[in-house]
Design a protein around this ligand. Structure first.
Ligand code: NAD
Length: 270
C-alpha cells in the first residue's frame, strides 16, 4: 500500500515541528507538504530543517488550497480562525483533516461539524493516548460517585498558552458531567475569585496554572468528606500529542465523511 501523504498546516509552530518529526519516524506515511501563514519567515525553508531531522526536499509554503488538493490527510494545530478556514478547504477538496487546535468558539465548532459533512474530520482537544484514557476513566468514576464528591479539574501549561481553561480540562469536565448525566454548562464554575460563597453541590470547578515550559498537566479531583480521589496525567513532552495525531491521520485515511474523536481512533471502551 502506498504511503499516506500528510500535509501539516502551521508547520513552523511548536506542534507543527513536532508533527514533521513524528511523521518522518512513523512507517506508512510521508510529509508531503507544509504551510504557514503569509509573511512567516519560515516560508521557503525545508520542512526537515525546520524539525531538525535533515532535509526532506519539501519546503514550507503559503498556499493551503494547493496542499489540500495534493495530500491524503492534513494535520492542523494552528489557531481557531485558521482551523475553520482549513476545515472549509478540507470539505471543498474532500481531504481528511485532523483538527487539534483548541479554544474554538461554539460557532467555530459548528463550522467544523458542517465541514465534516463533506470530509472526514478527527477533532480532539488532546490527542494523547494517556489523556484519552483519563477522559474515559473520569466519565466512569463520575458515574459511580454521587454528588457527595465535589469535582474540580486542575490544569497547568507553559507560559505561552493563550486559552484557559485548556481544551483538555474542558473535555475532562464534560466527561465528568456526562458520567453524572448532567448538563456541563449548567454546572461549570470556570473561575473563582473574590467572595464566591460556599461551593455549590454538584458543580464542576476549574483551576488554571500557567508557567515555565510545562507541556500539560491535568488532574480531576473527586473530594468528599474525609477522602479524595485524584486522577492525573502529566505530559512530559508534546511528542505524545504528535504521536496521537499521526495515529489519527493513518486511521482516518480513506474514511467516510464524518466527525470522529480520539475515542474512535483508539477504540477506548471502558
Ligand atoms: P504555536 O503558536 O507554536 O503554533 C501555531 C502555528 O500555526 C504558528 O506557527 C502560526 O504561524 C501557525 N498559523 C497560524 N495561522 C495559520 C494559518 N492561517 N495558516 C498556516 N499556519 C498558521 O502553537 P502550538 O503550541 O503549536 O499550538 C497550536 C494549537 O494546538 C493551540 O490551539 C494548542 O492549544 C493546540 N494543541 C492541541 C493539542 C492536542 O492534543 N489537541 C496539543 C498541543 C497543542
Amino acid at each position: 500500500m502506498a504511503d499516506i501523504r500528510i500535509g501539516i498546516v502551521g508547520c513552523a509552530g511548536r506542534m507543527g515541528r513536532a508533527l514533521i518529526k513524528q511523521v518522518t519516524e512513523t512507517d506508512g506515511c510521508v510529509v508531503a507538504g507544509g504551510t504557514e501563514q503569509p509573511g512567516n519567515p519560515c516560508i521557503g525553508l525545508d520542512l526537515g530543517d525546520l524539525a531538525q531531522v535533515g532535509p526532506l526536499e519539501v519546503s514550507a509554503g503559503d498556499d493551503p488550497a494547493a496542499m489540500f488538493a495534493a495530500v491524503d490527510v492534513v494535520i492542523d494545530f494552528t489557531a481557531p480562525a485558521a482551523t475553520v478556514a482549513h476545515a472549509r478547504l478540507a470539505a471543498e477538496h474532500g481531504t481528511a483533516i485532523i483538527a487539534g487546535t483548541t479554544g474554538l468558539t461554539i460557532e467555530q465548532d459548528a463550522e467544523i461539524a458542517q465541514a465534516a459533512k463533506s470530509c472526514a474530520v478527527v477533532r480532539a482537544a488532546n490527542m494523547s493516548l494517556g489523556v484519552n484514557l483519563l477522559i474515559a476513566l473520569t466519565r466512569k468514576v463520575a458515574g459511580i460517585l454521587d454528588e457527595d464528591f465535589d469535582i474540580d479539574v486542575v490544569e497547568m501549561h507553559h507560559r505561552y498558552k493563550v486559552d484557559a481553561p485548556s481544551g483538555t480540562a474542558l473535555a475532562l469536565g464534560k466527561a465528568a458531567a456526562a458520567g453524572r448525566g448532567v448538563d456541563h454548562d449548567a454546572v461549570a464554575d470556570r473561575g473563582r475569585d473574590g467572595i464566591t460563597g460556599a461551593r455549590e453541590r454538584g458543580h464542576i470547578g476549574y483551576a488554571v496554572l500557567r508557567g515555565g515550559n510545562v507541556a500539560g498537566e491535568h488532574s480531576v479531583v473527586f473530594a468528599a468528606d474525609d477522602e479524595r480521589i485524584e486522577l492525573t496525567h502529566k505530559a512530559g513532552d508534546r511528542t505524545i500529542f504528535a504521536r496521537g495525531a499521526v495515529t489519527a491521520a493513518l486511521w482516518v485515511a480513506g474514511k467516510a465523511p464524518g466527525l470522529y474523536g480520539m475515542d474512535d481512533v483508539l477504540a477506548l471502551d471502558l
